[in-house]
Design a protein around this ligand. Sequence first.
Ligand SMILES: Cc1cc2nc3c(=O)[nH]c(=O)nc-3n(C[C@H](O)[C@H](O)[C@H](O)COP(=O)(O)OP(=O)(O)OC[C@H]3O[C@@H](n4cnc5c(N)ncnc54)[C@H](O)[C@@H]3O)c2cc1C
Length: 328
Amino acid sequence: MNKGILIWAEISRDDYVNPVVFELAGRAAELSGALDESPVMALVMLKPEMIDKYKEAFSINGFDKVYYLENSEFGEYKTDIFSKIAVEAVKDINPEIFLIGATNQGRDIAPRISSALNTGLTADCTALDINENKKLAATRPTFGGQLMATILSKTFPQMATVRPGTFKAPKTDKRKETEFIKLDIDTGDIKSKIEILDFKKKICSELNDIDSSDIIVAGGRGMQTKEGFELLKKLADKLGGAVGASRVAVEMGLASQDCQVGQTGKTVSPKLYIACGISGALQHTIGMEQSHKIIAINTDPDAPIFQIADYGYVGDAFEVIPQLIEKL
Ligand SMILES: Cc1cc2nc3c(=O)[nH]c(=O)nc-3n(C[C@H](O)[C@H](O)[C@H](O)COP(=O)(O)OP(=O)(O)OC[C@H]3O[C@@H](n4cnc5c(N)ncnc54)[C@H](O)[C@@H]3O)c2cc1C
């Protein structure tokens, strides 16, 4: 019988566990309550003798079990060997649910695993729940973001990828006595057909990028010009934050694509999100509605952004932002 919620534990090139793994652990711990306290588990593929380095991180993030595989070939992610071995590992573990972060690596490996296991995959989810039949109800935008669809899988494991930033990592007081289990799968002479010749790191064009910032000052069409965005930058600098943008603002050339928040941009959950001249279309809000506090500045009192804002200011951003900067 399939049991437990398994999470793909992605290790980055700089040897750290991708934060999305812990975000998924946080949500999995909440879902496990509806599944008779199903264990929260991780699957990780590493270079030999590396597991000790990560034990503390898995324990404080509430994992019950961590299954690991070691091979000197696992130092760098390579599609062919990782997906082949991961499939064998998932067959061994036999989870009920298998969650993967929708990172570059996750988007690469998830469909390969689901296809090899002949099971369904709901990609790029924005919400995960357990329905009345104890099945994973995975929600994602569909029809160009006009509708949210909740998808159930008829096959096991029920697989989903989830964007980074969608959920919160568990509080560290959720520490568990994690069991570390080395999987008995023969990976001895596995060789990849892929050779990585070079690695070029993408440098975000904004100095303080929105992925890691606690404060985001975002602008939309209402900021109108480059000067409007300069104003946002000044406010962000005063607050120690980063500048985000709606897709329309990006298309108007007011901000770079790196800054775009929403369905076709990034998902963010900063402590404070200030939306300036942004109407609050669903395709934008699904990328920022998990922010702890949202302040909206908009001339239109009926703008949908006010429905999700904690504080709203109905008025001209060009009048209020200089006053805010002055006060700060
Ligand atoms: C498949 C698909 C994917 C998409 N993906 C994304 C995405 O990832 N991210 C995204 O953002 N959008 C996305 N969109 C676009 C989305 O549907 C909206 O069109 C977009 O978010 C609107 O951007 P906006 O709020 O800047 O502009 P608008 O909707 O035009 O809103 C501008 C707002 O500014 C206000 N305003 C005007 N002047 C001022 C002023 N002086 N002071 C204060 N307020 C003012 C107006 O009242 C208005 O509410 C997507 C659309 C599709 C179809």
